[in-house]
Design a protein around this ligand. Structure first.
Ligand SMILES: *[C@@H]1O[C@H](CO)[C@@H](O)[C@H](O)[C@H]1NC(C)=O
Ligand SMILES: *[C@@H]1O[C@H](CO)[C@@H](O)[C@H](O)[C@H]1NC(C)=O
Ligand SMILES: *[C@@H]1O[C@H](CO)[C@@H](O)[C@H](O)[C@H]1NC(C)=O
Ligand SMILES: *[C@@H]1O[C@H](CO)[C@@H](O)[C@H](O)[C@H]1NC(C)=O
Ligand SMILES: *[C@@H]1O[C@H](CO)[C@@H](O)[C@H](O)[C@H]1NC(C)=O
Ligand SMILES: *[C@@H]1O[C@H](CO)[C@@H](O)[C@H](O)[C@H]1NC(C)=O
Ligand SMILES: *[C@@H]1O[C@H](CO)[C@@H](O)[C@H](O)[C@H]1NC(C)=O
Ligand SMILES: *[C@@H]1O[C@H](CO)[C@@H](O)[C@H](O)[C@H]1NC(C)=O
Length: 477
């Protein structure tokens, strides 16, 4: 194990640094070896004990890490629950996250971050078009905004982009994004933060997806970690009954860390969370590295642990107490949990029409985006920046213009509103609800359809306000 960031910083800066950082330590980075996570300072195996965190629900683009009041309200609850990680689905890359990231670090909590926004992500209806230089700019600007925090455990390049049997072709583009993010971090000399994919539990293709994202000769294109959204353990279930035992067998040879990026079936409520006893035991530790409960705040779909009362208070629900008790009663397995150090990368699944339609040859990165590798991503564009329908290369000089902050004539609005009212958003929603007929996990998919962030299921907002410098938006097509 390498010496962690904290100790090297302290040893370089010496005594005065330890005074200044007395309450503001950075956390040791989490590193990957074989199919497990490790604390880079102590060498201990790291199991994710987390919650999914999107206060306000999936259609609310409030960045919970951009508002210190929200963090002051929620971080003490995370600590009380015994968490070491939260997953955030959307951040605003124009905001300053320093205070919240520091507060989380002080509480020993890592962040797993989805780099997409509903409007800026790979689209199921036209994935090739949505994979464009403007989209990569938003992804890279989010990487810029978080790369320096040692408590970023990893990034998700996509969430549930494949959500039924008709859109496996999208994987090609998500994998291209994985490749581009990893190359970007190297080019910018950032820490190589792990990049993963969070998969919907689609029985027919989740394993194909796991192998696809972890196959091939290009190290950059392979994910570093795989998250499965899994709602198969309901109420007082068991390792056998839930199907966890089958998943253990299916993923036995997988070479990188896997964890449950969402779990917590609500067919039985209040949820007893007895799966915690299985997840953090030697029954599963050789293959799985913990997971994240869906979800912290109670929203319309009723998956919450707390009810948000306002800016400064929440009411804890019975699920909260049950989860806290289960975490307390189930410490991590001793030692290394029998992880696998030397499993081989996966074999690429072959193209099969109607079953697995991802291409093992990835598209090249849109050429304009290569400027970001040398210059950085430039001006971050925030959450209301639709890129899905901008096929091709951008005029990236727009991102490097000095913003005057003066008034905008909103010239580009006609274009952006036609984009967001495009019929593809609704065709995507309907393809999402088709998957609700999937028998094995109806709860999961009905939940997914109401909150999916992986692509433009949500297209309610009509962007009307653009930054001043964008009003002369040009394309190189
Ligand atoms: C989004 O959530 C924040 C707090 O989490 C809340 O203040 C705001 O009203 C919500 N906005 C919408 C549009 O629901
Ligand atoms: C330490 O972090 C907290 C947030 O957790 C912040 O309020 C405080 O100002 C920081 N202190 C220093 C000395 O940076
Ligand atoms: C990250 O930290 C380094 C060293 O402190 C600093 O030079 C750089 O500007 C920071 N990068 C970002 C994107 O904040
Ligand atoms: C795992 O690998 C072993 C040895 O290579 C092999 O026999 C077994 O079939 C594999 N299991 C799965 C589920 O792929
Ligand atoms: C770990 O694996 C070894 C060898 O396969 C086995 O003997 C041991 O019982 C396992 N330990 C646990 C805790 O599963
Ligand atoms: C990995 O692949 C090599 C070469 O194909 C093979 O010899 C080895 O047994 C494999 N390792 C495992 C753990 O399956
Ligand atoms: C995969 O991509 C390659 C290169 O772009 C292309 O030639 C090939 O036709 C694609 N295969 C399929 C099945 O789409
Ligand atoms: C790109 O934008 C810059 C600055 O607005 C402009 O000077 C240049 O002509 C544009 N290039 C193309 C190919 O549109």
């Amino acid at each position: 194990m390498r010496i962690g960031a904290l100790s090297s910083v302290l040893s370089v800066l010496g005594f005065s640094a330890s005074l200044v950082t007395a309450n503001n330590n950075s956390l040791p980075t989490i590193e990957i070896e074989g199919n497990a996570f490790f604390n880079s300072e102590t060498g201990e195996r790291f199991y994710i004990r987390g919650v999914d965190y999107q206060p306000g629900g999936s259609s609310n683009l409030t960045d919970p890490l951009g508002d210190i009041e929200i963090c002051k309200r929620d971080v003490p609850k995370f600590q009380d629950l015994g968490l070491n990680a939260v997953r955030i689905y959307t951040v605003d890359n124009t905001q300053d996250h320093t205070e919240c990231m520091q507060m989380l670090a002080n509480a020993g909590i890592y962040v797993i971050l989805d780099v997409n926004t509903p409007d800026s992500s790979i689209s199921r209806s036209d994935p090739g078009c949505s994979y464009n230089a403007d989209y990569l700019q938003t992804v890279f600007a989010t990487v810029d905004a978080f790369a320096n925090y040692t408590n970023v455990l990893g990034f998700f390049a996509g969430n549930e982009v494949i959500n039924d049997q008709t859109n496996t072709d999208t994987a090609t583009y998500v994998k291209a994004v994985v490749r581009d993010m990893k190359k970007y971090m190297r080019a910018r000399k950032y820490r190589q933060i792990p990049v993963g994919y969070s998969a919907a539990d689609v029985t027919e293709n989740v394993l194909l997806a796991a192998h696809y994202f972890n196959c091939g000769d290009d190290d950059d294109a392979r994910i570093d970690m795989f998250g499965v959204n899994d709602y198969s353990w309901c109420g007082q279930s068991s390792f056998q009954l839930s199907g966890y035992s089958i998943k253990m067998k299916s993923y036995k040879n997988y070479s990188i860390p896997i964890f449950l990026s969402e779990f917590g079936c609500t067919k039985v409520t209040p949820r007893p969370f007895t799966e915690i006893g299985a997840i953090y035991s030697t029954q599963m530790s050789s293959v799985f590295s913990g997971g994240l409960v869906y979800e912290y705040s109670n929203e319309a779909n009723n998956y919450g642990l707390v009810q948000i009362d306002g800016e400064d208070s929440v009411t804890t629900l019975q699920d909260y107490n049950n989860l806290k008790t289960e975490f307390q009663n189930n410490p991590n397995p001793e030692g290394d949990g029998n992880y696998s150090k030397n499993n081989n990368v996966s074999t690429c699944p072959s193209f099969e029409s109607g079953t697995w339609e991802a291409n093992n040859t990835l598209p090249p990165m849109p050429s304009a985006a290569s400027a970001f590798f040398s210059k950085g991503a430039g001006q971050p564009m925030g959450t209301k920046y639709p890129t899905q329908f901008r096929c091709g290369d951008a005029n990236i000089s727009d991102y490097f213009r000095v913003s005057s902050g003066s008034s905008s004539s909103s010239v580009s609005n006609s274009q952006s509103s036609s984009q967001s009212s495009s019929s593809s958003a609704s065709s995507q929603s309907s393809s999402t609800s088709t998957s609700a007929s999937r028998s094995s996990s109806a709860t999961s998919s009905s939940k997914s359809s109401s909150k999916s962030k992986g692509s433009a299921v949500i297209a309610v907002q009509v962007p009307t306000v653009f930054r001043a410098f964008l009003h002369v938006w040009n394309y190189v097509l």
